[in-house]
Design a protein around this ligand. Structure first.
Ligand code: PLP
Length: 454
């Protein structure tokens, strides 16, 4: 098969079913959706059908597709070099991006370790934390365990699955994972008996403190998705929770790893979610939106304290023996730099504010539906949880795939979405227009009506 051999749509669809093993997809039931091109927030499939991109090509697109600045930056870099290694060498784009990230990130995160996906960014943070405790000025080699939140999602490599907590994805691999201790995830919709919304922050911080108090001697780090646990169903934490975790981890001598893979780069209305609570973590994981959704680049940012623990002569074996072939890829770095420039040139974070307000208006209306149990929003991230019974908060049986039914209906109305079980997700590119946002919300509303009828 040569790239330009003629090929029919039917062949493409058949080969897609037979040869491409799609992520998180039951291939026995897979129906091909083959995207051929895109412009702005609109995707076009091989049949010529147009769709609004309601989930940012899985939470990564920021400024729309085919943004002229990012396209041009990648083309310009192609005329220099496509890839160089970071193993003992460097590239100007890669260097500039590291510098830019340290300028933008919370204070103190001055060092950038590159990899190529969110999972590897977390994997790197886990290993850095582990090695840090062996090499820091007062070594604590017994710190080999990690604290993570219930329902957490940090990616699909074994290290990131170990700190994950989504039973549907992770339970199968239990025997392969290292030990973690779990902190109950703040859930403002299904609060424990006797806990009010008002008392939720104190309650959940107390639960976190119990875990840290019991295990801090052997805890290397606590891993958290700041503000929103995305794959858990867009669970939004009570304000103050992240700051509370930062104070607790300081007090108990445990590193804080912030996984901003989903919430970073403007999704929450600020560049990084940590800014909402003035939190500087010890390690910050970035991926998805880093290149505006163009190329696989990830970064793990670390403090001077972490960095210093790895310095020494080679013979001291303090080196971080970890790397990914495409880490710091210059094409990706050029795309990321262009994406970050657009934030300034187009005042993206200012422009997104009215869209966040408009999304809130839509959610308030959707919340009235008799089968919508809860709506959750943080910035331009929204989750709409469908329930069988609103009063009793009874979920739909997961196997009924109600969320998927909503998305299928929306697709018929020209809006592309992907649910998380019974939670319908709206997470468009920051570049979405108010009109387009209205269209997405309308398609969701009609989809919910259709999927919950009868
Ligand atoms: C998507 C995601 C990851 C994994 O990123 P990949 O690039 O898919 O490996 C990690 N953490 C969070 C919070 C995510 O949403």
């Amino acid at each position: 098969m040569m790239p330009n051999d003629p090929i029919t749509i039917e062949q493409l669809e058949r080969w897609d079913r037979e040869h491409v093993w799609h992520a998180f997809t039951q291939m026995a039931e897979y129906e091909p959706l083959i995207i051929e091109r895109a412009q702005g927030c609109r995707l076009t499939d091989i049949h010529g059908n147009e769709y609004l991109d309601g989930v940012s090509s899985l939470w990564c697109n920021v400024h729309g597709h085919r943004h002229p600045r990012i396209d041009a930056a990648i083309r310009a870099q192609l005329d220099r070099v496509a890839h160089t290694t970071l193993l003992g060498a460097s590239n100007s784009q890669t260097i500039r991006l590291a510098r830019r990230l340290t300028e933008l990130a919370p204070a103190g995160l001055n060092h950038v370790f590159y990899s190529d996906s969110g999972a590897t960014a977390v994997e790197v943070a886990i290993k850095l934390a582990f090695q840090y405790w062996r090499q820091c000025p007062t070594p604590r080699p017994e710190k080999t365990c990690y604290a993570a939140l219930g329902d957490a999602y940090h990616g699909d490599t074994l290290g990131s699955v170990s700190v994950g907590g989504v039973a549907r994805f992770h339970q199968m691999f239990g025997p392969l994972l290292f030990e973690t201790v779990q902190i109950p995830a703040p859930d403002l919709y299904r609060l424990p008996p006797g806990v009010t919304r008002h008392g939720a922050l104190a309650y959940y911080l107390e639960r976190a403190e119990q875990v840290l108090a019991a295990h801090h001697q052997r805890l290397a780090a606590l891993v958290v998705e700041p503000l929103v646990q995305a794959a858990a169903g867009m669970l939004v934490h009570p304000p103050g929770y992240l700051r509370g975790l930062r104070e607790l981890t300081r007090r108990y001598g445990v590193l804080l790893i912030a996984d901003e893979v989903a919430v970073g780069f403007g999704r929450t209305g600020k560049m990084f979610a940590c800014e909402h609570e003035d939190v500087a973590p010890d390690l910050l994981c970035l991926a998805k939106g880093l290149t505006g959704g163009y190329l696989p680049v990830a970064a793990t940012l670390a403090t001077d304290e972490l960095w210093n623990a790895f310095l020494g002569s080679y013979s001291e074996s303090r080196t971080f023996f970890h790397g990914h072939t495409y880490g710091g890829n210059p094409l990706g770095a050029a795309a990321a730099l262009a994406s970050l420039e657009i934030f300034t040139a187009e005042k993206t974070l200012e422009a997104v504010q009215p869209k966040i307000v408009r999304l809130a208006e839509h959610l308030a209306r959707l919340a009235q539906h008799p089968h919508v149990g809860d709506v959750r929003q943080c910035g331009l991230i929204a989750g709409i949880e469908l329930v069988r019974d609103r009063t009793a908060q009874t979920p739909y049986d997961w196997a009924e795939q109600r969320g998927l039914a909503v998305c299928r209906h929306a697709r018929g109305n020209g809006v592309l979405l992907r649910p998380l079980g019974n939670v319908v997700v709206i997470m468009p590119p920051l570049a979405i227009s108010l009109d387009e946002l209205d269209q997405i919300a309308l398609a969701v509303e009609q989809g919910i009506a259709a999927a919950t009828a009868g």
